[in-house]
Design a binder for this molecule. Structure first.
Ligand SMILES: NC(=O)c1ccc[n+]([C@@H]2O[C@H](COP(=O)([O-])OP(=O)(O)OC[C@H]3O[C@@H](n4cnc5c(N)ncnc54)[C@H](OP(=O)(O)O)[C@@H]3O)[C@@H](O)[C@H]2O)c1
Length: 262
């Protein structure tokens, strides 16, 4: 499908792995030029080289921590006038006991998961308004909408992010700019595999058995986790020309784990 974004300039923050990487691949397939940030250089450069070879698109790695002002400046200097902004990060740590969450944990989660995407949106929106075109997608979490103790740092920060994004989407919609959020549930990723291998080892069961128990306990209707690779095309659809009338939305991608009629 032609998405109408050939030649558009994109920034994907957190794009060397998981859903961010999937977004880079889908945007590159659609013909966008993509600046990709991540902290770890080796994985970032490898991902960008692989995606460039696969798609023929221009993919520029920027090794930077997007939760810092210096990191954000470095990323924006590589693409000062993006048409598309996609933001994500590694999932914040699990919080099995709310009493054990320290103030420093809050500050770190807020910097990475909330203040960083907020700063990026603020910095790129004036240019999008001038050019009368823009697409912003935040890859957040279903825990923003359906709170649970184990995902407090992830959910609370992204509930605030979704709130901000939807509020700002109303202001800029008349300039042909859309802002949407994706709210993923459980997906196989390096982070999830590490966590679930540790949980499985502690119980003396396999990774597959631990995933299966989790699906049962959390009533994931699909009875499985999703694949990060499937998420990128949804990002690209939100960034497409066809997506011009969808804004201020938060799309849950969770295999039917949560119940909400609308
Ligand atoms: N996987 C799941 O099951 C799941 C479930 C619910 C929600 N989510 C949400 O979905 C999003 C993506 O998760 P994922 O599983 O795809 O994560 P992932 O596989 O850990 O990938 C995260 C990406 O972001 C980069 N990154 C992290 N912090 C960064 C920073 N401060 N500056 C620049 N780059 C940074 C990572 O590279 P470096 O580490 O090298 O920086 C990596 O490229 C997260 O917001 C997560 O909370 C995931």
């Amino acid at each position: 499908m032609e998405l109408g974004i050939r030649g558009r300039k994109a920034i994907v923050n957190g794009g060397s792995a998981g859903m961010g990487r999937s977004a880079v691949l889908s945007l590159a397939r659609a013909g966008a030029q993509v600046v990709v940030s991540a902290r770890g250089e080796e994985r970032l450069v490898t991902a960008c080289e692989e995606i460039a070879a696969q798609t023929g698109a221009t993919i520029i790695p920027v090794c930077a921590d997007h939760s810092t002002a210096e990191g954000r400046a470095k990323i924006l200097s590589a693409c000062p006038d993006p048409d598309i902004l996609v933001g994500t990060c590694s999932p914040p740590p699990m919080t099995p006991d709310y009493r054990a969450i320290k103030e420093a944990d809050w500050h770190e989660a807020i910097d990475i998961s909330l203040l960083s995407p907020v700063a990026f949106m603020r910095d790129v929106l004036d240019g999008m308004v001038e050019r009368k075109w823009g697409r912003i997608v935040n890859i957040a979490t279903v825990a923003a909408k359906y709170p649970g103790e184990i995902r407090i740092l992830s959910g609370a920060t992204r509930a605030a992010l979704a709130n901000y994004a939807v509020a700002v989407s109303k202001v800029v919609a008349r300039h042909n700019i859309t802002i949407n959020n994706l709210l993923p549930g459980m997906h196989h990723s390096a982070f999830v595999e590490k966590q679930f291998n540790e949980r499985a080892a502690a119980k003396g069961i396999t990774y597959e058995q631990e995933v299966s128990e989790f699906c049962r306990d959390w009533r994931i209707a699909s009875e499985r986790f999703g694949e990060c690779d499937d998420v990128g095309d949804w990002v690209a659809m939100f960034c497409s020309e066809q997506g011009n009338y969808i804004t201020g939305q938060s799309l849950v991608i969770d295999g039917g784990a949560t119940n909400s009629l609308f």
